[in-house]
Design a protein around this ligand. Structure first.
Ligand code: FDA
Length: 401
């Protein structure tokens, strides 16, 4: 598809930097419009994050996607693309390729078999549309020219009229993540809002780690809250800290130094009333026994031990029972931090959307330059929203080029 000039320079209409979710979607869509499209990626394989996503089954969309599922300094920015390319559009593509899928939780669609199927769809679409993908290609320099952009790469020079930056965020550097997209944004005078790891496990202060690490592997349903954001999901205790969907979700709203509150008993509206009743009926029973209705034996014992809830219920006056109930409904801890980009699913912050058209994803001040996907300051919650964002704005950009 690409043409080579006499000087060994490749000339195409569109270069997409990044053979990830957004880049491949954009490349196929643009190539179907008749553009000569070249995708460049420094990795040895396309779509590595797609392959590792959703525990190997890729949670490829969420049927309940709304703009409220995204974190951004400009909450309106994602609206247009999400409306134009809905989860059903992607489901239609998946079904057209004969890929079976399952709804594991309400709205969350996963591959029935393997994430490879989703990557397979994108690579097939690129091939059918005629988009070329060049891997193991380092991009050394990008320059604006009179007719577009000139790239100097480890595989030679490339010239294009449109350049799409789809090189993702900083999470999981071992999978090829770099800050190159942010560098390019800065090179072209755009603001990059501070980045931080999102959808990431918390690490704990020594006091909390001391009792929780021994419970590593236990998962329990909680409601976790921070900064006004609240999620009813399982929490997983690990030997490093607290993880599981509840913690991953709140991590995207957490700022260092802030507490996270955990309701250990979301299924019990009024534990105080229940405890008073239990004391009346079974004054000689230990409180731990009551806890065992809701928690595993190990967790019940650890909670009783940590918070000093030993003894028979008759030894608990109302004030003490109220304190037990308050702790169970609102245990607050201050994370020491997060596991960072090493394990984060996403990067919060990024290229400031103020400078970008929400319809074409073109930089308002640099015609022909587009930013898409996770490199932008748009981050989805857990549950397939991040891929839906990648498909939606990749598709919109591919059409707009
Ligand atoms: P993406 O990261 O997919 O692609 C960027 C591409 O750019 C990569 O191929 C990279 O090699 C390339 N690149 C980077 N720097 C470069 C450079 N300097 N030169 C050339 N190329 C460069 N989301 C979801 O909705 N459902 C899910 O199930 C999951 N699961 C999940 C699990 C794990 C472990 C992670 C880390 C993430 C998820 N996600 C997810 C998030 C999802 O993977 C992510 O939001 C999208 O992949 C973002 O798509 P992009 O195309 O923007 O970046």
């Amino acid at each position: 598809m690409s043409g080579k000039t006499g000087a060994g320079t490749t000339e195409v209409d569109v270069v997409v930097i990044g053979a990830g979710a957004a880049g491949l979607m954009c490349a196929a869509t643009a190539a179907y419009q008749g553009h000569r499209v070249l995708v460049l990626d420094h990795a040895n394989k396309a779509g590595k994050k797609i392959l590792m996503s959703g525990g190997g089954r890729c949670n490829f969309t969420n049927l309940n996607t709304t703009p409220e599922h995204f974190v951004s300094a400009n909450p309106h920015f994602c609206k247009s693309a999400l409306k134009r390319y809905s989860p059903w559009h992607f489901v239609e593509l998946v079904e057209r390729h004969g890929i079976e899928h399952v709804e594991k939780a309400p709205g969350q669609l996963f591959c029935a078999d393997s994430s490879k199927d989703i990557l397979g769809i994108l690579l097939t679409e690129c091939e059918w549309a005629g988009a070329e993908i060049r891997l193991k290609t380092d991009i050394r320099r990008v320059r604006q020219t009179a007719s577009g952009f000139a790239l100097s790469t480890s595989g030679g020079s490339v010239q294009c009229t449109k350049l799409v930056v789809a090189c993702g965020g900083l999470s999981i550097p071992t999978m090829g993540a770099t800050g190159f997209g942010y560098q390019l944004a800065e090179q072209f005078g755009l603001d990059v809002l501070p980045t931080r790891a999102g959808l990431v496990p918390f690490t704990l202060q020594p006091d909390d780690k001391a009792w929780l690490a021994a419970l590593s592997g236990i998962s329990t349903d909680v409601v976790a809250q921070t900064a006004g954001a609240s999620f009813a999901e399982p929490m997983l205790i690990t030997h490093r800290g607290l993880s599981g969907p509840a913690m991953l979700q709140v991590s995207s709203f957490w700022t260092p130094g802030q507490p996270v509150t955990v309701d250990w008993l979301p299924q019990v509206a009024d534990p105080f009333a229940q405890l008073v009743e239990e004391r009346r009926e079974h004054p000689n029973r230990g409180l731990e026994r009551w806890l065992r209705q809701y928690f595993s034996q190990r967790l019940a014992a650890a909670l009783a031990d940590q918070f000093g809830w030993q003894g028979n219920l008759q030894q608990f006056n109302n004030e003490r029972l109220a304190s037990v109930a308050a702790t169970l409904k609102g245990w607050a801890f201050k994370p020491s931090g997060t596991e960072g980009y090493r394990t984060a699913e996403v990067t919060l912050g990024g290229v400031d959307t103020d400078a970008i058209s929400s319809k074409t994803f073109e930089v308002k001040t640099v015609p022909g330059l587009h930013f898409i996907g996770e490199v932008l300051d748009v981050t989805g919650q857990l549950g397939g929203f991040n891929f839906q964002w990648a498909w939606a704005n990749g598709w919109c950009t591919g059409l707009a080029l």
